[in-house]
Write a protein that binds this ligand. Structure first.
Ligand code: UT7
Length: 340
């Protein structure tokens, strides 16, 4: 007697990325802030980053990345999930606008808010939509115009954060196919939410009827403490994801793709896990930290450049405000890319 059909798995079938054309170098930042190219390179691994031009919004980046992922997959999508920290407006969500601009009017569309963990939270959410049979395909876009919430005078954050978008098209398939998304390990610790925050602009501040102090509308990060938690949580969740996938420890991973927070964080996590340098993907040198977009941009770029190939056993991990974190392990599929 056969039982009920197994739930479909979400399978990555397309990928794309978009970085806005304007580039800011460390020397550009050093010209207006008390910092230097040497400090930024040695403490973060960043040499330059892409930033939005005046008037450009997150949806503009998301549409470009989404279009490329749809072209890569050669098809449409029945839902759009947008992971972002920087929606175009506080209300409504940005995803319906993005769906409309991609010619997908009428589909389910909503935002996911998990700061730099947004791509992995979005991946788990999208996989759930497919497994439940709610939709047969999801365009998951992770996009941030992060520089729009950065205090231009804060050298602790202005040198790190940047803008960009990455996207994957997920379709219903079998759990044993290349590209199938398995368990995504997720976690959070709201008791440490104050390490990464925008203090003003939400219901707490608005209901107080007290105008925000100057600068409270900007992003703030307690860098050194955040650094420590980022290393610990990405290491821990990576181990859990490897175990959930049934892989025989970190050395089973051919590629390690982590949220591009800071090159020193990535090195520390990879060393904790024992993953050799040649298996670590990184683009932070020329992208900076693009928030929710970072992991998706990295995967799309590595696929386009051929450093991430079909058959690579790939470990993904991310960490961000919330605090929030996640990891998953999957076999990389054969994908077309259209963004070079
Ligand atoms: O994406 C989501 C999560 N985000 C992260 O995971 C980021 C985590 N944190 C970091 O990446 C790092 O903590 C930073 C890059 C933000 C800072 O690097 P750090 O090595 O932790 O520096 P620090 O904050 O401990 O500061 C060391 C020194 C300080 O000077 P003193 O007190 O030693 O005299 C800072 O004032 O470096 C100074 N400093 C700078 N100097 C030149 C801080 N920022 C700068 C700067 N240029 N941009």
């Amino acid at each position: 007697m056969s039982g009920p059909a197994p739930a479909p798995a979400a399978v990555i079938a397309g990928i794309g990325r978009y970085l806005p054309p304007d580039v800011v170098t460390n020397d550009d930042l050093s010209a207006r802030l008390d910092t230097s190219d040497a400090w930024i390179r040695s403490r973060t691994g960043i040499a330059s980053r892409h930033v939005v031009a005046p008037g450009t919004a997150t949806s503009d980046l998301a549409v470009e990345a989404g279009r490329r992922a749809l072209a890569s997959a050669g098809g449409g999508a029945e839902a759009v999930v947008l992971a972002t920290t920087t929606p175009d407006q506080p209300c409504p969500a940005t995803a319906p606008l993005v769906a409309d601009r991609l010619g997908l009017r009428g589909v389910a569309a909503f935002d996911v808010s998990s700061v730099c963990s947004g791509f992995l939270y979005g991946l788990a959410t999208s996989a759930g939509l497919i497994a439940s049979g709610t939709v047969g395909s999801v365009l998951l876009i992770a996009a941030d115009a992060f520089t729009t919430i950065i205090d231009p005078e804060d050298r602790g954050t202005a040198v790190i954060f940047a803008d960009g978008a990455g996207a994957v098209l997920l379709r219903a398939g079998r759990p044993d196919e290349p590209g199938a998304v398995g368990r995504v390990v997720l976690g959070s610790d709201g008791s440490l939410g104050g390490l990464i925050e925008v203090p003003a602009g939400g219901s707490r501040q608005r209901s107080s009827r007290i105008a925000p102090e100057p600068g409270e509308e900007f992003f703030r990060m307690r860098g050194r403490e955040t650094f420590r938690h980022a290393v610990g949580r990405m290491t821990q969740s990576s181990r859990a994801a490897l175990a959930a996938a049934g892989w025989d420890g970190p050395l089973a991973a051919d590629r390690f793709a982590a949220h591009q927070a800071n090159a020193r964080i990535l090195t520390a996590v990879a060393e904790e896990l024992g993953i050799p340098a040649e298996r670590r993907l990184s683009n932070i040198e020329w992208t900076g930290n693009t928030g929710a977009a970072s992991l998706a941009v990295l995967l799309a770029e590595a696929t386009a450049r051929g450093t991430l190939k079909a058959g690579h056993r790939t470990l993904l991990t991310a960490f961000g405000g919330g605090l929030s974190w996640g990891a998953t392990a999957l076999l990389w599929p054969e994908l077309k890319t259209f963004d070079d």
